[in-house]
Design a protein around this ligand. Sequence first.
Ligand code: SF4
Length: 363
Amino acid sequence: MRYVDEYRDADVCRRYASAITARATRAWRIMEVCGGQTHSIVRFGIDALLPPGLELLHGPGCPVCVTPLEMLDRALAIAAKPGVIFCSFGDMLRVPGTRSDLFCAKSEGADVRIVYSPLDALEIARQNPGRQVVFFGVGFETTAPANAMAVREARRRGLCNFSMLVSHVLVPPALSAILSAPDGRVDAFLAAGHVCTVMGLDEYRPIAARHHTPIVVTGFEPADLLQGIHMCVVQLEEGRAEVENQYARSARPEGNREAMHVVAEVFRVVPRKWRGIGEIPASGLGLRPEYAQHDAEALFDVGTISTEEPSVCISGRVLQGIEKPSACPAFGTRCTPETPLGATMVSSEGACAAYYRYRRAGS
Ligand code: SF4
């Protein structure tokens, strides 16, 4: 398959692995901040190809996993209101809130529907003028343009019964927070190629310079990842800390200006809580005041929300690269993809789910 097979070529991967081994003279810790990359690393055993001491840390790169518990509880409360049709991508339905999840809410009678695009939710709103249709707008920079377009289109068409529960997060502030943490362990980052296809590379340059940390924008296939790791190792060994682009076939330095324009028109930067990590300043997107009529958080009064994470779950430490999933006492026993206790076990991009699926024996 063109554009896939060539990035999974075993000889190419072995050559990159040998080049990494030849170049690394000491232990380095490299963090990927993308659930798709985490999934590929575990699925294809990329870390097993690396020399001893070169450790891959799995960062907060899964948007489902970092959606805060408060927002899930808010979604559940809105979905339970009479007359509401609550629309979401399917991967959010089984993410546990404090006491339930959207899948259970659906089984108990709430009108929760899986959609494949925010425009599907717009169409449901058009077909149901007497109902309130709420779309769960979750994700990184990658999904923000389509969600922004849906809100703008709702306003253009006068669909007053369409609103969005927005829980967007931004990657660069998370990288800064990880590097500023007192127990930070990261020497270099693999940044997600698709995020940079939208936002470009420029936001990463001051972070790399301020923290003297290489950032390599990287794709998702085995050869991409090994080349990105090699680029990180070369920078680290040479004492450089620059932003480099392994994913030049898609990510341009300036990003996608049209996409960023629609995002800036509809959203503004806000503080945002990250599940397991806490609040990071200026790390999220919320609707601008001029779109308040489509802001589900403002439209639906759900009272006070008090949340409670399962005490055994260490997903916050997993998401910061401090612990591996197999360090969790519930991993593979009380917590499995069928009975998830934390968000990182629900999403296929979550580190716990990837470890469970591909390394059932633990590693
Ligand atoms: S295995 Fe389950 S309980 Fe443990 S950290 Fe992962 S999601 Fe949380």
